[in-house]
Design a protein around this ligand. Structure first.
Ligand code: CP
Ligand code: NVA
Length: 305
């Protein structure tokens, strides 16, 4: 696989399978008390320029379980917050650490970090994508449905970082994906261009929630206003009214369908409390699988299998 994990567009179907297979194995090892210190003595720098609960805790516990150590850096407390360039930060951290995880705004910053770093860089969310989350989502779907290829996935809501990664992840794994979103909030052009090159799976883009949901095996949604969009929250609330996973929408899905949400969820906006709680088991499996999927990514990039 590639030396970094910057976006799913950079991975092949085989790379994704390799990560998911190792993630399953590491989950089994953890649950059965089987030692898996694949990153003994290694350190991961974790840069956070946005808030996080799951990403921080799953990376920090993940590297610890692999025998290594995670160093947390927030933009407010590090020199990044005082304007030290990312290319200098990359070269400094590469001298101390064996890998760098970054959560930030611009995808270009993640790519620049990787350009100047001599150690693997992992994208822990940018405005463009959230690859670690979607690897955990694919792991969860495969666990629950026993396969990926041939499933029908739908995503309802904002064409944001999650939508971009879900589209790429699904198409790379041979799953058809329908996205229902208002036309002004479409997924990124790069992702739509990629989708148009895929021949064995299909992206359907629509403004119609019912059309996207019909017969879906997996239903995704995400918040209407992402981190950094707080000032547009009211406008977005109006634009996305109706783009919600609720009981009526679930009635159109395939029998045995599951719901996935990267969390945090805004009940009453993109998902009703009733649906969230009815499908909570799969949603919290998804959150748990962040740990296992990221351990696999770190082991493959930083260590030896
Ligand atoms: N899903 C996710 O990335 O959660 P956090 O923002 O809590 O890290
Ligand atoms: N789209 C959300 C995902 C949070 C994990 C955001 O970027 O805030």
């Amino acid at each position: 696989m590639t030396r970094h994990l910057l976006k799913l567009l950079d991975l092949s179907r085989e790379d994704i399978s390799e990560i998911l297979d190792l993630a399953d194995q590491l989950k089994y090892n953890l649950k059965n008390g089987i030692k898996h210190d694949l990153l003994s003595g290694k350190t991961l720098a974790m840069i956070f320029e946005k808030n996080s609960t799951r990403t921080r805790v799953s990376f920090e516990t993940g590297i610890y379980q692999l025998g290594g150590y995670g160093v947390f850096l927030s933009s407010t407390e590090s020199q990044l917050g005082r304007g030290e360039p990312i290319r200098d930060t990359a070269r400094v951290l590469s001298r101390y650490c064996d890998g760098i995880m970054i959560r930030t705004y611009e995808q270009e910053k993640v790519e620049e970090l990787a350009k100047y770093s001599t150690v693997p860089v992992i994208n822990g969310l940018s405005d463009f994508c959230h690859p670690c989350q979607v690897l955990a989502d694919l792991m969860t779907i495969r666990e629950r449905m026993t396969r990926l290829e041939g499933l029908k996935v739908c995503y309802i809501g904002d064409g944001n970082n999650m939508a971009n990664s879900i589209i790429v992840g699904c198409l790379k794994c041979g799953m058809d994906i329908s996205v229902a979103c208002p036309s002004d909030y479409s997924p990124h052009r790069t992702v739509l261009d990629f989708a148009s090159t895929v021949t064995d799976a299909k992206l359907t883009l629509t403004e119609n929630v019912e059309e996207a949901t019909a017969g879906a095996d997996v239903l995704f949604t995400d918040v209407w206003a992402s981190m950094g969009q707080e000032k547009d929250a009211e406008t977005r609330r109006k634009a996305f009214r109706g783009y919600q996973i609720n009981a009526e929408v679930m009635a159109l899905a395939a029998p045995g369908a599951i719901v996935q949400h990267c969390l945090p969820a805004h009940r009453g906006e993109e998902i009703t409390d009733e649906v969230f709680e009815a499908y909570a088991d799969a949603i919290f499996d998804e959150a748990e699988n962040r740990l296992h999927a990221q351990k696999a990514v770190m082991a493959l990039l930083i260590g030896k299998k």
